[in-house]
Design a protein around this ligand. Structure first.
Ligand code: KG4
Ligand code: ZN
Length: 339
């Protein structure tokens, strides 16, 4: 392939516990390789030190696999893209250092990408693509935001969680139930066939378009403690109903505010992104709510919902076209605003 005519970008994602690499050619994803770290399962959450070490082990084979899958040689690359933040600093450092070394040795530009904006860019990978302006509900393990997307680079946060993220609410509740990390997919699995209205959990009373999940988490914890005291096998015997009720509570709360945001901002294209958007109940309920109002729904393919480098590649491609590059001195950041 001739890199004079084609824009060929290698993108790297290492912000949390997935080591990922992708190749994008003129806006088309040719490879999307993800290696998820199994090591955190037994700890009930990501252990930062172990995550950094695993990225260090995985990054070379993951990048090599992406290049091979796309049939691209290193010398053909136009730029190297990488997640700059937010995320775990030790994890980000592995990806950023690797990306800098590649950009330096190949003498090509470096593109640092914001992980959250990249989750939204997942909507531009495949048709149907929303038309600006539209709304995005970004729900991941670290963030929960309602964003008004005016263009690929104009993103306005109109609501967000004041404490835990929706993914965290899934993961922390799962931990209380003795389930492995990440808990979201397991809660979804155990919820199948359960009664979503059997147990009632209250959600945070926060004004406007913001969310709060910490009260619900404490509510579930207190409820479980009380029931287990009465019947030690309570969790085991009621797993499906507990999971269905937790999933129902989180999803309905997310949708209640999201629909309110759409009405308030008079927008009828609603999208969802981030790891929690892989949740089938959320996808189904969002589609139902939009269908009855004649609104449109946009949800990325499963592989582009949870952490992946395809979304980093798409975001980087837009930066590349706009001439937005990073210097080799750029630093990763754990939180937004801490650059
Ligand atoms: O976007 P992501 O892969 O990583 C972050 O940027 O945080 O999101 C991970 C989160 C975890 O909290 C995980 O439990 C949740 O997404 N998740 C789900 C599902 N799949 C992943 N939550 C509910 N249902 C799912 N099917
Ligand atoms: Zn993410």
């Amino acid at each position: 392939m001739n890199n004079q005519e084609n824009t060929i970008i290698l993108a790297i994602e290492s912000s949390c516990d997935d080591t990922a690499a992708s190749i994008i050619v003129n806006g088309n994803i040719l490879a999307n390789v993800v290696v998820s770290q199994e090591i955190h399962k037994d700890y009930g959450g990501v252990v930062p030190e172990l995550a950094s070490r695993s990225h260090q082990e995985n990054i070379v084979p993951v990048v090599a696999a992406a290049l091979k899958k796309a049939g691209i040689k290193r010398e053909e690359l136009s730029a190297i893209a990488v997640t700059q933040g937010p995320g775990l600093l030790g994890s980000l450092l592995v990806g950023v250092s690797f990306a800098k070394a590649m950009a330096f040795s190949l003498d090509i530009p470096l593109v640092g990408v914001n992980h959250l904006n990249a989750h939204i860019a997942a909507h531009y990978i495949e048709e149907p693509i929303p038309v600006f302006p539209y709304l995005c509900l970004l729900v991941s393990g670290g963030h929960t935001r309602i964003i008004k997307v005016d263009s690929t680079i104009e993103l306005n946060v109109i609501g967000e969680t004041l404490d835990d993220a929706a993914g965290e609410a899934f993961d922390k509740t799962a931990k209380m139930l003795g389930l492995e990390y990440p808990g979201g997919p397991l809660i979804q699995k155990f919820a199948e066939g359960g009664d979503p209205c059997r147990f009632k959990f209250s959600t945070g009373k926060v004004d406007g378009l913001n969310y709060s999940f910490s009260g619900m988490k404490t509510g579930v914890l207190n409820f479980l403690k009380k029931e287990v005291q009465k019947k030690p096998d309570f969790i085991k015997d009621n797993m499906a109903d507990i999971c269905a009720s937790v999933q129902y509570t989180i999803v309905e709360y997310l949708l209640e505010k999201y629909i309110l945001a759409a009405k308030k901002h008079d927008l009828t294209q609603l999208s969802v992104a981030g790891g929690v958007s892989a949740n089938t109940y959320l996808r189904k309920r969002l589609m139902e709510e939009c269908e009855k109002r004649g609104w449109s729904v946009f949800i990325p393919k499963f592989e582009y919902c949870t952490d992946n480098a395809g979304m980093i590649a798409m975001e980087a491609y837009n930066h590349f076209k706009a001439g937005m590059f990073s210097s080799l001195e750029m630093k990763p950041y754990a939180r937004e605003g801490s650059k």
